[in-house]
Each structure stands twice: as structure tokens, then as C-alpha cells.
Ligand binder design. Sequence first.
Ligand SMILES: Nc1ncnc2c1ncn2[C@@H]1O[C@H](COP(=O)(O)OP(=O)(O)OP(=O)(O)O)[C@@H](O)[C@H]1O
Ligand SMILES: [Zn+2]
Ligand SMILES: [Zn+2]
Length: 861
Amino acid sequence: MSRVAGVIVDVPSRSTDRPFSYAVPADMRAWIEPGSRVGVPFAGRTLQGFVVSLADEPPAEGPAKLKPIAELLDPLPPLLPDLVELARWISEKYCCTWTAALQAMVPSAIKGKAERHLRLADGADEPAAEAAAESAAARSDVGRPEAFWAMPGEAAPELPPSETLPQELVRELRRHGSLKLEAARQRWPEAGGAIKRALAQGVLIEETSIRDRIGVRTQLTVYPPLDREAAKAALEALPGTAKRQKELLLYVLALEGPVTLQAMLADTGASASSAKALADKGYILVEEAEQQRDPYAGREFRRSEPLPLTDAQREVFVRIRDAVERTAPATFLLQGVTGSGKTEIYMQSIQRALELGREAIVLVPEISLTPQMVERFKGRFGDEVAVLHSRLSSGERYDEWRRIRRGGAKVAIGARSAVFAPFARLGLIVIDEEHESSYKQEETPKYHARDVAVQRARQHGAVVVLGSATPSLETYAAAARDGAGGALLRLSERAVASSLPPVTVTDMRDELKSGNRSMFSRALHEALQARLERGEQSVLLLNRRGYSTFVICRSCGYTALCPHCDISLTYHQKTRAMRCHYCGHAELAPSACPSCESEQIRYFGAGTQKVEEELAKLFPGIRVIRMDVDTTTEKNAHEKWLKLFGERKADVLLGTQMVAKGLDFPYVTLVGVIAADTSLNLPDFRAAERTFQLLTQVAGRAGRHHLPGEVIIQTYNPEHYAVIASQRHDYEGFVAEEMKHRRMMGYPPFCRLILVTMSHEQLATLSAASDRFARRLIELAGQRGVLQPLHGSGARALELLGPVASPISRIKDRYRFQCMVKYRGAVPAAELVSEAIRQAEAEAPRSGVLFSVDVDPHMIL
Ligand SMILES: Nc1ncnc2c1ncn2[C@@H]1O[C@H](COP(=O)(O)OP(=O)(O)OP(=O)(O)O)[C@@H](O)[C@H]1O
Ligand SMILES: [Zn+2]
Ligand SMILES: [Zn+2]
């Protein structure tokens, strides 16, 4: 057993970002694995860290005597060895510290210091457990202590004889209810392996004491009678007058598993004292039990069966299924038009992976925005689905995560970070709407879930399916490159509806010329009217990207800026406050212009509210559901609104980007886009791509089932190729045009980008540091022979733009400079950037300049 552990200590600094060696105390040896979380002495403190490697001997060049690990934080390592490896890959690819990558993989609940206890799982047949442990001790050839391991409704897992729990331990647990993990570890150092397995199988339970940020929740729980015969006999022996007790006994005899005491009392109308009477007689067991916080408790999901696939679906499905069966890494891009039945293919592929004993991850953008997806997966796979998203409480997320870690769930569905779901045998990772920018994390580690998924799949021999009607150009180019288009799967027809809806583009300049000052064109007005008359539904999108709610003076043009950051303040209607998105600075909105004292100061609000008012004016009595930041702050608000809309309790669903994705409602036959252009003119090389994607997505909500649909796009730029291509449902046409622009301008996918941002309070210090970095990088690139213009003929090229002031030149009183690295071909750019930073920092230690690296950046502002 290993005596030395390499530990990544939780210090977010480049200079300490390497494993430090610690001695593993003898009583921890059976417990520690790569992925274990430990407390270690570091620079005079005890810090949390992750074990990343184990060895028998200390490294030759290290100190003669290693400090020992002080504490083992969890009996079951929160991370698996492959995740530890993945974290290292992330740190290299995205130029971040290993510890930042590790931290991104665990739920926030266990990012603290914890005190752990062990306890026998409830429902384990306890006297039998002891007997099993005893006989195991007496005769070491006892193979399977069946009764002990049997959990309600589960087959008894097989354990080798050497792995049975020490009988002493079982007895102690029975006697005291629980034991401190630390104590158990010291007393039975050799039983580490057995306990770990018992934990993994749910036979033993680890409990977290209050020192964790989020504890485990317990509740009084009733277990069905252990001895049914005795309970039945008691039932018959009860005098006719004991009606209540009789009912209660009948109820518990009918139980198939534990229920909460509260639920039992509610169901039977019995009092707590009659329950106690039964417990005292030993017919039922009432105990505090760990309660899973199930965010979807009490919710019914309509069971669904696999649909017979259309021919086109079947062709795609077979390709994916075969790859899953091969258990070799593979990546597919599934480009399927909106409503082509991609989700059904995902579900049947997942089912195949589960049949093969493997697990699956489904990533969806901003899951709180796509409750219909969760519903569909819960409907198909029931409790095997764990849901991970940001709208859950951290306790709920922690419980769902532990369910995955212990094998209680086989499918994880969630936003970006669900790519780290701690499965041991991944078979499939699905990324739905793969083009969505929410898959890119904007804080360190600035990873992209798509690239991480591909890497994880490599580790597991798993298959990645990237699905979208409008794949990102990067993915599309990669798939087209890959082996004669083998990775590209297509669905060009809808599954149910006969065709994609016709799209009309209306030129709002013409409307104005002909005297229409309303925000609705005549065509959209008429179309809405027709839907109202026919009792059909409409979706209206107000494209708000790059359009913020700021304060402007109409007389002098004054806008309210943050005093600490070079950016305008955002107006919040509810509180009448102006807030800075970067530093949180807030002030009350003025009623007169602070600059010219004019009262012509205006707030440009969300806009959706204005549309709603106008709708009410034009169509008296119209029922509108408005979905925007103001109406969806409450937990589950999205779900509530969409449910109402699904029940046809509203005529119009009006909203921002959040109404564009994933919705599947049969009575929606009209989609209107109020203004297509707001996102076209942003200083972002992806502006056209994002506009095309948004228009195509929202258009795809119309006429998905048997009723034919129609789409009306209002714009001031009817001749823009993004608008024209979305009118024609022409993904290829758009790609061809956009690729020309990208090539000309030298942007991805023709090259790759790394954005390096530096910040400091003093301009002079910052300027010197950024020059140092640039000089170093150019030097390093020159040494490697890759410093060449991007448009040159070399197979490998790297260009450096900058340093220049960042577009947002100051945040939180720190000035910001940036360098943009563009490269193509096999250039180890991330490595060069990391090295240049290291050298620049070494040249001027403690300068206080912060470097931040964004590889494949999405926000270049
Ligand atoms: N084989 C099938 N038979 C019958 N109905 C199907 C079949 N496949 C899919 N559908 C139905 O067609 C509709 C559209 O399918 P789905 O939502 O999976 O499409 P999608 O490609 O994921 O769309 P989007 O990208 O627009 O979200 C759904 O209501 C779905 O239940
Ligand atoms: Zn003014
Ligand atoms: Zn600010």
C-alpha cells in the first residue's frame, strides 16, 4: 500500500500549482486513492487538497522526511481517478491551475472542511448483519452475507470474503448509531477497502456533520415490519375496539419500503402516539434517516415508451448505437432541423448504453430554461435520472450528485458542469444545442463543456453526440474534416410535421414609410389576429442580445457609468436602482440629469413590457405570458409559465432569448420576431452566427406537429445574409457565406484564439508587464519557429495582436490590457502562453499584475 501521496493543495496560484508530497499515515493507507480529499499542513496552516498520485517511495529530490497528511475528509473519494486526470488536462488546455479545475468538479457543498460519520444503512437486516459478520469472522470462507447486503428492492451485491466488514465495527455501529469516520479508520485500519465498497453500495452511509457547508438532511422514517408474521399475528390478536391500531398495522404491512412518519400519519389519519405504540411493540421501526433532497419530489412525470423511429431517425440511431456498442471513443455531430426528433434519438441511444451497463450524461443549455427536456427524460428513465442545475439549492445539488457517485442514478442531465458527473463507466455524452454559448464557462477555469466532453469520452471509450439544428462553425468544420464526413449525421426532415414553416421577412423601414409607427408590421398584426380567431398560439421573440437597460439623457446624451469600471450601469425596474454588472456598485436612478439637469432622462427598459402593453392595446382581452429576467427570478418560474402555456391558458408567449429554445407545443402555429437586428451589429465576430442561430431556433417552434406553422421576422436589414439564410432554412448557405468572412478576417475556425488579459491599479505597471509578456511570447514562438503571419503559407503560424487597452478598459478600479494570440496548425499555443506568463512574472515578482487567460474565448469584449 502506498506510503506517499502527491497532493494538489487548494491555493489558487500558479507558483504552487504542482503536487506536493506527503506521507500517508499507516491508518489511512487503505483509504486513500487518487481523488481523495484531504487536509494537509501547508505553510503553517491546514489546507484542503486532492490526492492526485500515489507512490511507494518519496521522490528522490524531495526532503528526507515528509509531513504526514493530517486528515482524510471523505471516506468515499469525491473524485474518481479519471476526473483527476481530466483536471490536469483542463489545466494544460485552458492555462489554469490544476486546483481550479479540480474545484470546478465538486459540488459547492463539499468545498469546506468536514467532519464525517459512518452509519449502517437503514433497512439493512440488522440482527442478520451481525450474524453475518460473526460467521464471517468464524469461517473465513463465508462468501455472501446475503441478508446483510440485501437492500430493499435490490439484489444482494457479491462481496469477496476478504471484504466483509469487521464484526466489531458492525456491532459498534448498531450500539452507537454512528461512529466518527476518523475513529473507525484508526481502529480498523485494514478495513478501508471493505468500508469503501459498503459505502459505494449504500450499505454503509456516511454522514456529514455541521462543519460542512451543507449537511445531509434527516427525517423520522417508518420502516415496514421486519417480522411480517409477528405483525400479522398481532393484527389478528388486536381487540375489535383498537380500530386505529388495526388500520395502521394494515397500512405498514402493505408498505414496500420506508415512508416518512409524516407521510404515514397523513395517509392514515393516525396520531403520533398510536405510531409510537406500534414501534414500542416492535412491529415497526421509526428512526431518523437520511433524506434525499429530491428537487422533483411529488412530481408526476408521464411515462413514455420509445417511439417507432422514422427511417431517417433510424439511420442516425443505428450509427450512434453501433458506436456505443463498440465502446471506443467517437464523436458525432447530429445536424437535424428543428423538430426532426433528435431528442428521441438521444433517448434511445442512452437506453442502449444503459442496457450495456454504462451511464450517460445529457448536457442542455441553462437547464432551468428547458424544463421540457427534463420532463421528457424523467418520463423515459424515471428515477435513474439525476438533475443538476443552478436553480437547485446547493443541498439538492449535493444530494443529486451523491446519488450519481453511489450509483443510484445512471443518467445525469444538467447544464455545463454536469459534464463532470462522477460516473465510473460512461457510455454516452449528449450535448443538445451544442452551439449554445452557455457551454463555455466565463470564469476560471474557462473551459468549454464540448471539448471537455470529448476528452472525457476518450478516457471512457464513450461516444459524444453533439446535436443542433445550427451547429457552431467550429464544430461543423471539425466534423466535415473528420474522415470523409463520417462524423456528420443529418436529419433534414421533421419527424411529425410535413415541413418546416414558411418564413416571411418584413422590412420595418417600409412599414414606417407607409405610416405604420407600431412595433408590429401589418403582416404580423394580421397573423396574430388570425391565431386569436382560430384559438391557436403564438410565440413572440424580442431579441435583446447586446441591448441593455441603461439610462440616457435625451438632452445631452449623458449615460450613467460605473465609477469603478468603464461600463454603463444597468437599470433595474423593480428596485429603481442602477447596478454595475461587473463590481456590483449600485445607486438610485436620478430623476434629473446629473450633467445638464434636464428632466429628459430616460430608462430604456427590458422592452418586453412595452410589447406587452402594445399587445393589450391592439388586441383587447389577449392573454399574454411574458418571460424575461423580471418574471423569471422566482424558483421554477420558467416551468410554471411554460406549463400554463402548454395548457393553452395563454394566447401569446412573449419573451427574450429564453422562449427560443427547445419548446415543443403543438398549438403554436405562429412565431414572430419583433426585431431581428439587435444582435447583428455587435463588435463580435460571432454576431452573424448568433443571429442566424437564434432566428432559426425560434422559427423552429412553429408548426411542429399537425397544424401548419408560419414565421414572421421583422428587421431593418432584410438583405443581410444571416436573415436571408434563416428565411430559407438554409444552414449550408449561411455557413458558406460566413466561412468566407471568417477566412478573410482571420477568425475561427480558420485559426484559434487565446485572449490574455492583464490588470493592475496602475497604468504604468500594467503597461510594463504587458510589454514583458508580449516580448516573452514572441521570443518563445520565434524559438519554436511558429512566429509567422496567419495568411502566410506555413503549416503552422502564430500572430500576436496587442498589447492594447481592453474594450472594457477598467473593472473594479483595475486597468485592463489585452493581447490576442491567433494561431493555426499544430502550435502548442497554450503552453507558450503559460510559459510566457511564468517568465514575465519571474522577471518582476510581486508586481501585483493579474494575468487571466481565455482559450477559445467567446466573449471578446
Ligand atoms: N419517431 C417519431 N414518431 C412520432 N413522433 C416523433 C418521433 N420522433 C420525434 N417525434 C416527435 O416530434 C416532435 C419533435 O421532436 P424533438 O423535439 O425531439 O425534435 P428536436 O430535433 O429535438 O427539435 P429541436 O431541435 O427543435 O428542439 C416531438 O413532439 C417528438 O415527440
Ligand atoms: Zn443631460
Ligand atoms: Zn463597476
